[in-house]
Design a protein around this ligand. Structure first.
Ligand SMILES: NC(=O)c1ccc[n+]([C@@H]2O[C@H](COP(=O)([O-])OP(=O)(O)OC[C@H]3O[C@@H](n4cnc5c(N)ncnc54)[C@H](OP(=O)(O)O)[C@@H]3O)[C@@H](O)[C@H]2O)c1
Length: 300
């Protein structure tokens, strides 16, 4: 089975390629400039030359604050492009998996969000990703929308890397302690999507269209940062103290949800897969990032 994955340099795309290696799933990565979500004319030729059995749209504009200043671009990349991609996959009679976000919720719930909860995005990112979900749903009935959260890995840009790189130049970091979510390791997310692809191949369809898939365990950004620095200290990486602060003291353009915890039970039930515990996963991510930087490997 051949799967075309967009966003070739992103955390999820690279994790999908790594996880599928040696399996009977072939991952073909596509990215800029040959495949540009801002230029839908690039989609057709790539789909034609790769001729995949499925598309996973892992590419997105993920700059949450940046998008507050460029909403039109955010909607082009996160909503209009998935719409066109879904339309083309329908014409090719293949399924599409669209990856979405916990930021479609407003964060006011005190419970982990389930798929039937009503989205109410508060940021351009959340609004554009929700529009992307809706577009994929209406353009290709053979779809899966998988919402995930707080993705971390040895690749690309993410919170763990930011904390480690700040700790190289600062003695003390301040991190928000009143926003909660589920840190998710990108390889775990990839494993979940591959389980869904296997399911589709066996049954020629997905059981339902919308799922949550995030790491196990709840954390605040402060708790993640404290864990990262604790591990870093233990393995000889950069050291810094971390102070918990209230989000009202943190100046950011986009207002993050106070609680964006996702309930991933529906995914576990239908696809038999659960992502790992965030504390364990952050342990290996920190170790790998420090190892990569010691040998000068590009883990961007
Ligand atoms: N990261 C998170 O914490 C998080 C949380 C919830 C949901 N998600 C969702 O999970 C999915 C995967 O996220 P991720 O962490 O793997 O993201 P990521 O590491 O930021 O990667 C996103 C990829 O999208 C590509 N991209 C951006 N604009 C593009 C364009 N115009 N044309 C083609 N490619 C473009 C980027 O390409 P370049 O490398 O060339 O810039 C990058 O490779 C996304 O749908 C995201 O919305 C992520």
């Amino acid at each position: 089975m051949k799967i075309l994955v967009t966003g070739k340099n992103g955390q999820l795309a690279r994790s999908l390629a790594a996880r599928a290696q040696g399996s009977d799933i072939e991952i073909v990565l596509a990215g800029r400039p040959e495949f540009d979500l801002e230029n839908p004319l690039t989609f057709g030729p790539v789909l034609k030359s790769v001729a995949p059995h499925m598309v996973i749209n892992a590419a997105a504009h993920t700059g949450v604050d940046q998008q507050e200043d460029e909403p039109q671009r955010a909607f082009r990349i996160n909503a209009e492009a998935p719409a066109e991609l879904a339309r083309l996959t329908r014409l090719a009679a293949i399924p599409i998996i669209q990856v979405s976000t916990d930021y479609v919720f407003d964060g006011k719930s005190t419970e982990p969000y389930v798929e039937t909860d009503k989205p109410n995005p508060q940021t351009v990112y959340g609004l554009s990703k929700l529009a992307g979900e809706q577009a994929v749903r209406s353009e290709n009935p053979d779809h899966l929308v998988v919402r995930t959260a707080w993705v971390v890995s040895r690749y690309g840009r993410n919170f763990v890397k930011t904390i480690l790189s700040l700790a190289r130049t600062r003695k003390r970091l301040q991190v928000v302690a009143d926003q909660f979510g589920n840190p998710t390791e990108a390889h775990d997310l990839a494993d979940g999507l591959l389980a869904a692809a296997h399911f589709w191949r066996e049954k020629q369809g997905f059981p339902q269209g919308l799922y949550h898939l995030a790491g196990q365990g709840r954390a605040s950004w402060y708790e993640v940062a404290a864990r990262v620095l604790e591990i870093s200290k233990a393995v000889g990486g950069p050291i810094a103290d971390v102070e918990s602060i209230d989000s009202s003291l943190w100046v950011a353009k986009a207002q993050r949800p106070a609680n964006s915890e996702l309930n991933s039970e529906r995914f576990a039930h239908d696809f038999g897969y659960r992502a790992g515990d965030w504390q364990e996963r952050v342990f290996s991510v920190v170790g790998n990032i420090i190892k990569d930087s010691a040998i000068g490997q590009d883990s961007r």
